[in-house]
Design a protein. Structure first.
Length: 127
């Protein structure tokens, strides 16, 4: 059995890997996208405007969680782009009473800056 310290270190390493994955995917998309393509509005929510570049990060996050997050540590994802009445968990459809962690994310903190080649804070994650 893992100590609390070891468990937290594992989770810290995982979210760092997630951040690197999202950054790499977004940068790769910027290299191949047509000018202005990633600045297009993909959809709007009650709270935010979701741009095409945000969709790239959302897809990278979902893909990463499906492939890498340990099923023994059920997590609920809370981030821009997920509506208040929507629950996203990994493993998918984990009942609320079984969730051990909430992962709060801003996949691209500074979307507009990144779209126009200005500095972005990239991924901000807290468990």
């Amino acid at each position: 059995m893992m100590s609390d310290h070891d468990q937290l270190e594992l989770l810290r390493a995982l979210v760092a890997e997630l951040g690197n994955h999202v950054q790499a995917r977004v940068l790769a998309s910027r290299e191949t996208a047509a000018p202005g393509e990633l600045a297009q509005i993909a959809r709007t929510t009650e709270a935010d405007i979701i741009y095409a570049i945000d969709k790239v990060s959302e897809e990278a996050i979902e893909e990463w969680f499906q492939a890498h997050w340990p099923a023994s540590e059920p997590v609920q994802l809370v981030m821009e782009g997920i509506e208040d009445d929507e629950t996203v968990t990994f493993p998918p459809q984990t009942p609320a009473q079984q969730i051990k962690w909430k992962c709060l994310m801003d996949p691209i903190d500074g979307t507009r800056n990144l779209m126009y080649d200005k500095r972005s804070a990239w991924v901000m994650i807290g468990l």
